[in-house]
Design a protein around this ligand. Structure first.
Ligand SMILES: [Zn+2]
Ligand SMILES: [Zn+2]
Length: 77
């Protein structure tokens, strides 16, 4: 049994996500996303897809990057 890092539920079938060499245990993808997904700097939603990078900034999509004033960005979608 592993304990979910987000909600504390114990799960017999945990989801383990390794980030930068550290293993994190969760009982569901929702909890994993809540704990690990980055947030859009413009609108604040969790970025579950590829997102858009602009230098050191991260946005959920090209629209947010543009609205935030990013001149150069890479849209991975
Ligand atoms: Zn959980
Ligand atoms: Zn956004």
């Amino acid at each position: 049994m592993r304990r979910c890092e987000t909600c504390g539920n114990e799960s017999a079938r945990p989801i383990t996500v390794t980030v930068e060499g550290r293993a994190h245990d969760f009982d569901s993808f929702e909890c994993a996303i809540h704990a690990l997904a980055p947030t859009c700097e413009h609108c604040g939603i969790r970025i579950v897809g590829h997102g858009v990078e602009s230098g050191a900034h991260l946005y959920c999509g090209a629209d947010c990057a543009r609205q935030a004033g990013a001149r150069r960005f890479v849209d991975h979608t």
